[in-house]
Ligand binder design. Sequence first.
Ligand SMILES: NC(=O)c1ccc[n+]([C@@H]2O[C@H](COP(=O)([O-])OP(=O)(O)OC[C@H]3O[C@@H](n4cnc5c(N)ncnc54)[C@H](OP(=O)(O)O)[C@@H]3O)[C@@H](O)[C@H]2O)c1
Length: 329
Amino acid sequence: MQKRKLGKSNLEVSALGLGCMGLSYGYGPATETQQAIGLIRTAFECGVTFFDTAEAYGPYRNEELLGEALSPFRSEVVIATKFGFDFDAEGGQSGMNSRPDHIRAVADAALKRLKTDVIDLFYQHRVDPNVPIEDVAGTVKDLIAEGKVKHFGLSEAGAQTIRRAHAVQPVAALQSEYSLWWREPEKEIIPTLEELGIGFVPFSPLGKGFLTGAISETTSFDSKDFRNIVPRFSPEARKANQALVDLLGRIAAGKQATSAQVALAWLLAQKPWIVPIPGTTKLHRLEENLGGAAIVLTPEDLRDIEEALSAITISGDRYPAHLQARVGK
Ligand SMILES: NC(=O)c1ccc[n+]([C@@H]2O[C@H](COP(=O)([O-])OP(=O)(O)OC[C@H]3O[C@@H](n4cnc5c(N)ncnc54)[C@H](OP(=O)(O)O)[C@@H]3O)[C@@H](O)[C@H]2O)c1
């Protein structure tokens, strides 16, 4: 697979990474450990060198999984993880926490779980309203100076926060939601990243599965699946948003590709410093998604998509209100 550089940082990764969250968290029961390890190692064999996790995925279990799965080829891959929450005894998030002492403790614990001596990319998972971003950036700068972290990242941060953080410690990458059904970053975020030379890592690039066409109005999710509380996944919203899935299906058929591949190729075509991180728990879908890196959308294709998209209104918020309050800060 082709490689890409995340902005002006020298961090080079495969054009598509692997989002590992769903193997442990978010979309129903965790995948059986040996099966999950097999999937991660297959991704590496297929050319993926960029693996995304977070302390919060499990919590902890997803980092442990990556530690075990990637240890045979640790020096050949880039591992990105995230800090920024407290957890209760049941593992639920009990609040945001980006205080400097906490960031340091999370880094030390993550290094152990990931079975490594350096975190390649350490993101703040959500902007903490109680800690100035300069203090967060300064703490990661210290961790970089100590050799525990290589690069600093932010997730779902607003343009002003990105600028303030970048002035203290250059930000290598922003990880925020971006896809054919969430294009808000095009307004202010992408121009800011371009100006500052920061890479962009779109999460949920397949619209949490919706853009692939595998989910319809009648699909029911596991009781633990996060999508049960996402307004955009209400049966009414799914019905209303089917027009987008149909559009993608038509474009995909014309390219002898799948809808998932077109959704990923569209992101790759936006900027050469964009690296999407699709997630899956299934080997055949992993191979399908990685094929998206080889699909070239011509300027005419992109114009047709743009034109068709402009006639479609997406229905439903991407987060329930209590989580919406944490993004874009
Ligand atoms: N920074 C943040 O706040 C944040 C938030 C969310 C996610 N993330 C990161 O971004 C990564 C990707 O995001 P995501 O997992 O939310 O969403 P996604 O990659 O857009 O979609 C994943 C979902 O799509 C399904 N899927 C994947 N490939 C498919 C295909 N070819 N055909 C049909 N269905 C397919 C998967 O189900 P199966 O497993 O059944 O294939 C899964 O339910 C995560 O793993 C995580 O690392 C970060």
